[in-house]
Design a protein around this ligand. Sequence first.
Ligand code: CTP
Ligand code: CA
Length: 223
Amino acid sequence: LVAFFQPKRLAGKRVLITAGPTFEAIDPVRGITNLSSGKMGFAIARAAREAGAQVTLVAGPVSLATPRGVTRIDVRSARDMMAATQPEAEGADVFIATAAVADWRPATASEHKIKKDGSGQAPALAFTENPDILATVAQSARAKSGALFCVGFAAESQDLAANAQAKRLRKGVPLLVGNIGPATFGAEDNALLVIDDQGSFEMPRAPKLQLARALVAQIANHL
Ligand code: CTP
Ligand code: CA
């Protein structure tokens, strides 16, 4: 009912969202990932759809139902997420990067399961940096011309306001949203710090869907 009475402020807009963690393979049966549940990104997808947008959700490995009316593309690694996101960004009006993209991946994934060799020695893992999906999309011609509005999220464990403002400038995005600690992985609610070129304000602790609706309204104000 709430959704029905939402003003359709994103009618005719295409919104692209990344959500969830990524999974970076070590071998065919193992990998590294993180504790992102994808709930905030999925809530934003739902809220954007309620606001009348055509929504594409690029999701890492999560166990969440696809919001009604949302187009979902499932991916596993950061590189898969990049490959799925870049072409979609070409036609989008808004890009919201909520995914907790793994910053590094094992430099080489073993073709076969790595076996213990009986020596008691653990295998050494070398890492390589993953592409930055948000920074790449924010540098695209479409974003630079103002046709694509990019929104980043920041996960920080300290100095949220300063780190998040620095991240907004470094990523080259007009809007950056910080999760106000403690870590909210998997939780049903969250509190956000919203930062744009005018300054910052807090969205106090509330269910993720409620915050998502408020954030979508904020984004609509910027368009
Ligand atoms: N992001 C991304 N691709 C990456 C890393 C991050 O698209 N390879 C996006 C996230 O989805 C988020 C924003 O960038 O919207 C910030 O992510 P965060 O992990 O906070 O920043 P990093 O630039 O990775 O810096 P660090 O983790 O070192 O703080
Ligand atoms: Ca990171």
